[in-house]
Design a protein around this ligand. Sequence first.
Ligand SMILES: Nc1ncnc2c1ncn2[C@@H]1O[C@H](COP(=O)(O)OP(=O)(O)O)[C@@H](O)[C@H]1O
Ligand SMILES: C[C@@](O)(CCOP(=O)(O)O)CC(=O)O
Ligand SMILES: [Mg+2]
Length: 327
Amino acid sequence: MVTSSAPGKVYLFGEHAVVYGEPAVPCAIERRVHVTATEIDEGLRIHANDLQLDGFTVEYSGDGESHPDVDVAESLVEAGMGYVNEAVAQARDAADAPEAGFEISVEGDIPLGAGLGSSAALVVAAIDAATRELGVELSAIEIADRAYQVEHAVQDGQASRADTFCSAMGGAVRVEGDDCRRLEGIDTLPFVIGYDGGAGDTGALVAGVRDLRGKYDFAADTVTAIGDIVREGESVLGTGDHERLGELMDFNHGLLSALGVSSRTLDSMVWAARDADAHGAKLTGAGGGGCIVVLDETDDALTALKYTPGCEDVFRAELDTDGVRKE
Ligand SMILES: Nc1ncnc2c1ncn2[C@@H]1O[C@H](COP(=O)(O)OP(=O)(O)O)[C@@H](O)[C@H]1O
Ligand SMILES: C[C@@](O)(CCOP(=O)(O)O)CC(=O)O
Ligand SMILES: [Mg+2]
């Protein structure tokens, strides 16, 4: 039995535009998904108590047999389990053990579908745990690459390498197309996260931006403008000028709103943080609902968000310089 964990992330800059080859800077945070893999005779059994489908907690057997613990449509469960299924397929492939059976348990403190990269953390940790269980040790880079293939498959052929590379490597990273690198020397950033309790459908939101970009020049220009902000932000990142970084985050949020991926509660949390004199605030991840990320070293935005209608939870998130690891 092997347990591995991998961190979630926030986007300092660049989500969505990164899918079209613009650069992005995601940062790993100290919230993790833990995956335990145990080799069994055959098939796949998954325990994922954090995954609620219509109020049910899922216990799923991937061998096509029924799963008596849950009374929801098989297709819903299959959709929810897609990431684990594909991650296990990658592990079998890496270990050249196509028939290997697994019992997989998933636990985490990253809200699901909220823009903090729970899917990437799950996939990265699952590939690491399952390959180690089969006696194979992959490099973090190889795990990132295989995890990207999983996100690409599950998100209907639309994904960047950003989330999975960041989760595998930890720290602040820069991703532009296939060029993925860690940004050295960035050990701390004063992140505050506001969570509206909701979620967005990553695949659907990415598809929405793709359609808008195909239809309107303004949307294509907006994607390019996000890239410009990321390039500007990178040059500021090393200087520690949080005021300027925050200003660029504000611009980035405005451009994401123009692409239609913000929401009323995300906007009101962003404004509450700005009114509390945070350096800057933006949604993180696919959007639609979920989390915003705020840059603020004081407790002012944290306190303001506690009293903001629509904000269900607010917490500080330390930058996690550790990526995937065996527990
Ligand atoms: N702890 C977990 N247990 C089971 N499934 C999980 C877990 N964490 C993430 N997932 C899977 O990842 C999906 C959320 O991924 P996604 O929509 O990309 O949002 P995000 O990556 O921002 O959290 C969930 O619907 C579920 O399928
Ligand atoms: C919107 C996108 O840029 C990030 C999605 O992040 P999350 O799954 O919402 O945490 C998609 C991608 O990069 O694959
Ligand atoms: Mg995701």
